[in-house]
Ligand binder design. Sequence first.
Ligand SMILES: [Zn+2]
Length: 467
Amino acid sequence: MRLGTLIPISLGAMLLASGPAWAKPYPEAERQVLELSRQAIALRSVRGPGNKTGEVAQLFRDALVKGGWDPRQIEIVPYEDTAYLIATWPGSDPSLGPVVVSAHMDVVEAKPEDWERDPFTPVVENGYLYGRGASDTKFDAALALSAMIELRRQGFKPRRGLVIAYSGDEETTMNTSKLIAQRLKNADIVLNVDGASGVLSEETGKPLFWSWQGAEKTYVDYKIEVTNPGGHSSMPRKDNAIVQLSQVLARIGHYNFKPELNDITRQYWIEAAKLEADPRQAAAMKAFAADPQDHGALGVLRANPATAGRIATTCVPTMIAGGHAQNALPQSATANINCRIFPGHSREEILAELEKVAAEPAAKFTDMTGDESVAAPASPMRDDFVKAARKAVTAAWGPIPIIPMQASGASDSMWYRALGVPSYGASATLIKESEDFAHGLNEREPLLNINPGITYYLSLYKDLAGK
Ligand SMILES: [Zn+2]
């Protein structure tokens, strides 16, 4: 997933930072990033018959072995039609939990007839790499891996182990994501290269800011069902499933969950306020960071769909069905409520709150969410990560603003966080908002990310695994 990339701020009147002049070339690693991304894109790693995720894992495995990894430290584990990859570069102190680099090798389905270019034929054009998975997340996976090989080429000796952990079904069932997190629950920290990232100016193409992701809301679907005995529409009864359900939906539609902050979102509001061009929005963001019950701030932030989801749990009706004939009293009426739960609350807790809001004993609530979602806490604002990330970003792109984020959708980080392992979305790629086509048509990645991306990972790996 690549949710949470977009930030609800107007970027018009901002100071533009320019990239650092000291950027150093890494010819071998740079070539490898492009080569591996192209080869990975050409492998159609889509769930279902012909899924080539296992071949993507093989491709990465071969690159690691060539880069000096002990083949016995690399595992490709098949799972149904997919596979996952765990490759370990042991540290000198085995008592320390490893630094895990997380990504996924599967991609969302792409129909060639809808695309201008074939989604599974990588094309480099005008400084972009096109293809399904270019931005989500084969390029990032290749970049993080090639940078680690470069680190080894440079003779670095990690104190903590460095583990590449790439899942094979993040976009669908997340079975391998879950298994990997379970196996690596002794990790000190997880760097998820699929998640957050930076934004380039639409006008100049220069870096505007970089963001990292430290928390995710939990995705949940609840079914509400009202049933009645039914009967002929000429003989109306007091209870009518459609009317009852409508009243419940209206109450839920008007309901506001309690506004909240955690360390990640507090910092988000403070930093985003500095970049916000609209003074009214900026003032509301600042006021909310200071007091999440500030009425004025809530009015402004709730009125804007881009900020409404960031202040609290949200639940909205998304589908309805009911009745069976034009001249019959409905025997049943159902609705789907889609919620994005603020970290720190369970699915059961929010269900109970909705039942209370509904105030209709005839309405039966059922949690319909599958095993692909689990409530996970926000990761802590870990000082070592925050410092290492700032240093890495500055080395790569210069002193640009850094914004911590809480995403409204889930990534593989969810499984680590649910087990208490701190996980940070920390992609090295920057993109113009208008060019972010993750999951969409003509997905692309700017190649100007290659060199700074390697610089970024080298710095981050050294700082987190070196001490
Ligand atoms: Zn993704």
